[in-house]
Design a protein around this ligand. Structure first.
Ligand code: F6R
Length: 615
């Protein structure tokens, strides 16, 4: 949700690193983009509505020669996902103040911006945009009495809300001040150059040595490094960490889209999620990061799994797993609803927070509320060092590798796998027998290979997608543990193909929505051969009796189920626990191919952004 980049060097032009960084962060928002570049002559701002490629073109027109670009060695940049004000050029960041001598980029929301703006207008500040960010630029300029860092701290103390910011000023050549509260910010320490970004993907091309700022940190960045303070000006020490993945992990590697690449990466991603976490002799899982003793696990009376979007759907699968394997009452909870519904939780509740990015504002707020109420909170996050992972203080990293496509795919299967291992561990401290545990250990080990088998169906899935790509409405049905998969299949196709789709419990369709079925509304039925399948077959017949064409996601060799559908896609036969994983991979590919055939912008669907850091 908005991406920030900053670059500071003694000699190298900032233009290329800033634009390259924005390209890496474009998944965070892509309605407008801009840069502010500093030289001895002042600050130059170039910004425009649209994507980073258009900004790059404009920048090359405005700074046509190497020599022109070379004089700008310090700069900040931004790619936007609009919150306040339309996605126009004037609302694009950077915002300027002090007669163009100060530029600032911001990710987050200034909640009291209207009050601050009214005060600044009274003092003569002229505003040109409708954004909350412009307020911050003027505030910093107003407080600047010669010390840039303290001007920014003063300004930030006035602010209610969230921010990740970077700012430069002509009055303080070579200095960049960055700060965070609620929006991530990482600083990369290179050789005589320093890079700042909303996430490490914009940094790894320059250095692997990074510092993750914490909420409340403010830092003075120069080409030679960084000094970090609290807002009260006390020096703060933050560890320099080494990023353990390289550029290849964040490039398309021959695939047309990141979404397809990430779907195909799933066998490897899942191998990484599982690696070192299965204990064959104990028939259980080893999840050291949870930091939970058998006594802790035995003390829980209830589990709540919180998340949003795809992560919520994974949490819904988790409910079935925790209840089936560990006899543990479990509720999946939409994080924002959970936070505001006065959840009845305490020390005997285990709250599992699911988040690919580890930065989702609603999930983070629910984590904080749960910690405040004394519950034990674990984070299941993909992004290492992310806020939820850090604040939860314990958890399981998914190790699925960077997910760039806005539509989440490999994070879902990794989350379900991590939940399955968590349920196994919990179950083995409660009622799950050794032999059941051993069966699950074997099943989990096979997941990467089983997912690989589904990927071999890619062509067949593309063929089926071609048959239905023109439909404007679809239903996805499943029951039991496959119901969340139906929701996830519907979400994927909505996001990337702009097809109106609804996920339903298979049994619920006849209680109303069946009225919408016709030969123009395909129904995708989750028919893996697990308990409950026969009943779903019955629901399929009800759909076909209303002329709706049915696509079945069936188990390999299950011709009895396949004969009830118009088009069958086969996935390997698995246990009930693994069926959501293999089935969802088929639905991810289905959504991808429908989107491709409809000519959609698959990796950056309209109106969306990855990592939703506003509530
Ligand atoms: C769907 C999608 C979103 C995210 C949701 C939560 O494809 O990407 O629904 O799943 O915004 O994000 P995380 O998991 O980062 O908390």
């Amino acid at each position: 949700m908005c991406g920030i980049v900053g670059f500071s060097s003694h000699e190298k032009s900032a233009c290329e690193p800033l634009v390259n960084g924005l390209r890496r962060l474009e998944y965070r928002g892509y309605d407008s983009a801009g840069v502010a570049l500093e030289s001895a002559d002042g600050i130059k701002v170039v910004k425009q509505r649209g994507k980073v490629a258009e900004l790059d073109k404009l920048l090359k027109e405005e700074l046509a020669t190497e020599d022109e670009r070379a004089k700008y060695t310090v700069g900040i940049a931004h790619t936007r996902w609009a919150t306040h004000g339309l996605p126009t050029t004037v609302n694009a960041h950077p915002h300027i103040a002090d007669d163009g001598n100060l530029a600032l980029v911001h990710n987050g929301i200034i909640e009291n911006y209207a009050t601050l703006r009214a005060g600044l207008e009274k003092r003569g500040c002229k505003f040109v945009s409708q954004t909350d960010t412009e307020v911050l630029a003027h505030l910093v300029a107003t407080f600047d009495k010669g010390d840039f860092l303290s001007a920014v701290s003063h300004a930030l103390k006035q602010v209610e809300g969230t921010y990740g910011i970077a700012t430069i000023s002509r009055r303080h050549p070579g200095e960049m001040v960055v700060a965070r509260k609620g929006s991530p910010l990482v600083i990369g320490i290179g050789e005589h150059e320093t890079v700042v970004a909303s996430d490490v993907s914009a940094i790894v091309a320059y250095t692997r040595q990074v510092i993750y700022l914490k909420d409340g940190d403010i830092a003075l960045v120069t080409p030679d490094g960084v000094s970090i303070y609290s807002l009260d000006n006390a020096p703060v020490s933050r560890e320099v960490q080494e990023v353990d993945w390289d550029l290849g992990a964040i490039e398309k590697g021959g695939f047309d889209h990141f979404m397809l690449k990430e779907i195909f990466e799933q066998p490897d991603a899942l191998r990484n999620t599982i690696r070192g976490r299965l204990d064959k002799s104990g028939a259980t899982a080893i999840l050291a990061g949870l930091n939970l003793t058998p006594r802790d696990l035995a003390s829980f009376r209830r589990v709540a799994i919180i998340g949003c979007g795809t992560s919520l759907h994974a949490g819904m699968v988790g409910k079935y797993l925790f209840e089936k394997l560990a006899d543990m009452p479990t509720s999946p909870e939409q994080a924002a609803e959970f936070r505001y519904c006065n959840p009845i939780i305490g020390p005997d509740n285990w709250i599992v927070a699911l988040s690919q990015s580890g930065e989702t504002a609603d999930t983070l707020a629910a984590v904080r509320e749960s910690i405040r109420k004394g519950a034990l909170v674990s984070g299941l996050c993909n992004v290492v060092g992310s806020t939820i992972a850090r604040e939860a203080g314990r958890g399981v990293y998914l190790h699925a590798g960077p997910e760039i496509s806005v539509a989440s795919t490999k994070a879902f299967t990794a989350q379900v796998t991590a939940l399955l291992m968590s349920a196994l561990k919990l179950g083995r401290t409660r009622r799950l027998s050794y032999s059941e545990g051993a069966r699950l250990v074997d099943e989990i080990e096979r997941i990467p290979e089983l997912v690989g088998e589904v990927l071999k169906q890619n062509e067949r899935i593309a063929e089926v997608a071609a048959k239905y790509a023109k439909a404007d409405d679809m239903f996805f049905i499943g029951r039991g543990i496959l119901y969340p998969t139906a929701l996830e299949g519907a979400l994927k196709i909505k996001e990337v193909a702009y097809v109106h789709a609804e996920g339903y419990q298979a049994a619920e369709l006849k209680h109303g929505p069946i009225a919408l079925l016709s030969e123009e509304t395909p129904v995708v039925a989750l028919l893996a051969d697990i308990p409950g399948k026969e009943k779903t077959v019955g629901n399929v017949q009800e759909c076909r009796a209303r002329n709706a064409p049915v696509i079945g996601i069936c188990s390999e060799g299950d011709s009895a189920a396949a004969e009830h559908v118009n088009d069958a896609i086969f996935v390997p036969k698995t246990s009930e626990e693994v069926a959501p994983i293999v089935s969802v991979v088929a639905l991810q590919l289905f959504a991808y191919h429908v989107a491709r055939l409809r000519g959609c912008e698959i990796d950056q669907p309209r109106n969306l952004a990855k990592s939703v850091t506003v509530e």
